[in-house]
Design a protein around this ligand. Sequence first.
Ligand code: MTE
Ligand code: MO
Length: 202
Amino acid sequence: MAVTRGFTGRGRPRDPRLPPGQYDAGGDWPVLHVELVPDLPPAAWSFAVDGLVASPQTWSWDEAQDLPRSTYDGAIHCVTTWSKFDMAWVGVSVDLLLERADGVLPSASHVLVHSHTGYTTNLPLADVTDGKAWLAFEVDGDALEPIHGGPARLLVPHLYFWKSAKWASRIEVLDHDQRGYWEDGGYHDRGDPWLEQRYHGD
Ligand SMILES: Nc1nc2c(c(=O)[nH]1)N[C@H]1C(S)=C(S)[C@@H](COP(=O)(O)O)O[C@H]1N2
Ligand SMILES: [Mo]
C-alpha cells in the first residue's frame, strides 16, 4: 500500500509538530520516574550550580523564587513515544543561573544534572544554554506537582524528556561527558527526538 508522507494510515493528517515515532498523548500527562516521590518542603530544597563555573552558587527556596523568570510554551517528548503539546511552563532559565555563577570556565563542555533523589542525567552544555533549558516551577498556571518533579525540575524540551530531571538539585558543569542514570543503562547521551536518538549508537 502506498504511504503518503505526512499522513497516518487512517487518512488523518499527522501533526507536523510530532517527531518521528511519537504519538500525541492529548490531555493525558503520563507520570514516569524510577524512585519514590521525595518529600521536599521549602526548608529541605536547594539548588546549586557548581563544577566548572567562575563562582559556584547555591540558592535556597526563597532565593530561587526571587530570580527573574521566563517561559516556555510548547511540546515535550518522552522516549516511550508520547508527546504532549501546548504546555505553558514558567521557570528560571539555565542561562540566568550560569550567569549568576559568573559564567562557565573555558574548558566547560557538558553538564551532569542531579536530583534530590540521586537521579542524574548528562547533557552537552550547548543543549542547556541560549534559551533552551529552565529550572521550572510552574506549568499550565499551577505550581509543579510533586509527581511531576515539584517543587522544581529541569526542563529541556527540545530533547527527550528523561533529560528533564525531576526534583532537580544541581547542575554540575564538566569538561567531559559523564553518563547519568538512563544513559548508563543504554539511552542516548544527547537524545534529540527529531533525530530519534533513543539509544547509544542511534
Ligand atoms: N528524578 C527523576 N527525573 C526524571 C525521571 C526519573 O526517573 N527520576 N524520569 C525521566 C523520564 S524517563 C521522563 S519521561 C520524565 C517524566 O516526567 P513526568 O512524570 O512529569 O511526565 O521525567 C524524567 N525525569
Ligand atoms: Mo521517559
